[in-house]
Design a protein around this ligand. Structure first.
Ligand SMILES: Cc1ncc(COP(=O)(O)O)c(C=O)c1O
Length: 418
C-alpha cells in the first residue's frame, strides 16, 4: 500500500534541513525548543486529499484541533480549505484567519450555551450536534434569535477504529455522538422543529486510523442512515465523514488519501451528496518537527543511557499520553556507532519520555535533535507545566523561514496572575 511520502526534513551534507533550509541556522536565531513546519508538506498533503476525492463533490474542513497556529490556518485557507472548529476559541481563530462563518463546521462534545449562542448568531456552516439534548438546545437558541441553525447529528456507529483507545471515538463505550440505531428517530422527531434545519449527517470514529476497513464501515453506516432520512423527507445537503486518516509515524505501510477515498467513495457516491471531510493530522502531522537541545546525558553502569532534552511532555505530550512513536534524528549526526538511548524530557514525570532504547548515533550535551512528525497534536497540546514557556514556531516556505509564533516569555505567562 502506498503512503504519502513527501519528506520535508532530510539530511543534506550531514545536517538536517527543512525543504532545503538549514535547521541549525533556524536554531541559531530562535533557540530551542522550537516547532518548525514545512509549508510545502502541508500543501502537498492537502492537495493529495483533495485530488483523491476529486471524483466526488467534496469539501475539506481542516480540523483546527490538530494545529491552529494562525499562519498555518491562513496557509490552508489560501489553498481553499474550510475548517472544523471544536470550540468557541477555534471559531475565533478561524474568523481571525479570514474565514467566513459559513466556512466553519462546529463540532465537539460539550459545547457550552455561550458557544452555541455565538455559533448560531454567526450563522456557521453547520453545527454537528452530539446529542438529542444538544439539538434541542440549538433549536431553542436559534428560535430565540429568530433564526434557523443548520445542523447535523453526529452518529456513533460502534465501529472500532483500530487506533489507540484514547483516540478512538466511534465505539458505544465512547462519549461521542448518538447511537446509530437511535439517530433516525431523533431526526424524524425534529423534522419540522422551529429553529432547526437538518442539513447533514456526521460521523468521526477516531484518529490515526491506518486501515481502510473501519473508514469504509463508518461511511457505509452513514450512507445508509442518509438514505433512510431522505426517504423520511429530510432534505440533506451533505454527509460528513469526519477526519481520522493517520500518518506513518513508524514508517510502516498504511493507507494514504487515495486508498481512503477508494474505500469510502463507493459507499457515499450513490447518495449524490457533497462529502465533507475533516482531516487534521493527515494535513499537518508530517509537516512539523519539534527541535530540542540535549541538556544532559547520563550513562548508567548497566549500560542504559539517557539523553535529557530541553523539551518534554510540556511541549509534545503525545508520547506520554498515548505512548506514541516519533522518529528522532540529530540535527548534525555525529560519526560513530549507533547505540540505544532513552530520549527524555526535563519534566518531573517518568512518563516524560520521547523514546525508549532508540538506536541513535553518539549524543553530547548541546547537540540538537528533531522529533519528527510532530505537526499535529503537538504545539496545540503544549502546556506551561513546570513553568515551561510555550515554544516558538517557525514556518519554512519556499526557501525562507519566518517566526509565526514567538516564544512565550515568563512575563506573558505571569501576566494573568496576581
Ligand atoms: C469530530 C472530529 N473531526 C475531525 C478530527 C480530526 O481528526 P484527525 O486529526 O485524526 O484527522 C477530530 C479529531 O479527533 C474530531 O474529533
Amino acid at each position: 500500500m502506498p503512503t504519502l511520502v513527501y519528506q520535508s526534513f532530510t539530511h543534506t551534507d550531514g545536517e538536517l534541513t527543512c525543504d532545503g533550509v538549514s535547521v541549525a541556522a533556524i536554531v541559531a536565531r530562535v533557540d530551542t525548543p522550537v516547532y518548525i513546519y514545512s509549508a510545502r508538506a502541508m500543501r502537498d498533503a492537502y492537495r493529495a486529499i483533495d485530488e483523491a476525492f476529486a471524483a466526488c463533490p467534496h469539501v475539506i474542513h481542516y480540523a483546527l484541533k490538530a494545529n491552529s497556529t494562525l499562519a498555518l490556518v491562513r496557509l490552508l485557507r489560501a489553498l481553499g480549505s474550510r475548517v472544523d472548529a471544536n470550540s468557541g476559541g477555534e471559531i475565533q481563530v478561524a474568523l481571525r484567519a479570514g474565514y467566513e462563518p459559513r466556512d466553519i463546521v462546529f463540532t465537539g462534545v460539550g459545547k457550552t450555551r455561550d458557544e452555541l449562542e455565538r455559533a448560531v448568531a454567526l450563522g456557521v456552516g453547520v453545527i454537528n450536534a452530539e446529542s438529542a439534548g444538544e439539538l434541542d438546545r440549538i433549536g431553542a437558541i436559534a428560535s430565540a434569535q429568530g433564526r434557523d441553525a443548520r445542523v447535523a447529528l453526529r452518529v456513533n456507529p460502534d465501529i472500532d477504529a483500530g487506533s489507540h483507545p484514547n483516540i478512538s471515538t466511534g465505539l458505544k463505550v465512547n462519549k461521542f455522538g448518538v447511537p446509530l440505531t437511535e439517530a433516525r428517530a431523533m431526526y424524524r422527531e425534529r423534522r419540522s422543529r422551529a429553529g432547526l434545519r437538518l442539513v447533514g449527517v456526521h460521523v468521526h470514529i477516531g484518529s490515526q486510523i491506518t486501515t481502510a476497513d473501519p473508514l469504509r464501515k463508518a461511511a457505509r453506516a452513514l450512507a445508509s442512515l442518509a438514505s433512510e432520512l431522505r426517504a423520511d423527507g429530510i432534505a440533506l445537503e451533505h454527509v460528513d465523514v469526519g477526519g481520522g486518516l493517520g500518518i506513518p509515524y513508524e514508517g510502516r505501510p498504511m493507507i494514504g488519501p487515495a486508498e481512503y477515498a477508494e474505500a469510502v467513495l463507493p459507499e457515499l457516491r450513490p447518495l449524490g451528496l457533497p462529502v465533507l471531510l475533516e482531516p487534521g493530522r493527515a494535513i499537518v502531522g508530517r509537516a512539523g518537527a519539534l527541535v530540542a537541545r540535549v541538556v544532559d546525558t547520563k550513562h548508567y553502569p548497566d549500560g542504559r543511557q539517557f539523553a535529557v532534552l530541553d523539551a518534554g511532555m510540556a511541549e509534545l505530550i503525545r508520547p506520554a499520553l498515548y505512548g506514541s512513536y516519533h522518529h528522532i534524528v540529530p540535527i548534525r549526526p555525529r560519526s560513530g556507532a549507533e547505540s540505544p538511548w532513552d530520549v527524555v524530557g526535563p519534566i518531573c514525570e517518568s512518563s516524560d519520555l520521547f523514546a525508549r532504547e532508540r538506536a541513535l548515533p553518539p549524543l553530547e550535551v548541546d547537540d540538537t535533535v528533531a522529533v519528527l512528525d510532530a505537526g499535529a497534536y503537538g504545539s496545540v497540546m503544549a502546556s506551561n507545566y513546570n513553568r515551561h514557556p510555550l515554544p516558538a514556531e517557525v514556518l519554512v516556505d519556499d526557501g525562507q523561514w519566518t517566526v509565526i509564533r514567538r516564544r512565550q516569555t515568563l512575563d506573558d505567562m505571569l501576566a494573568l496572575e496576581q
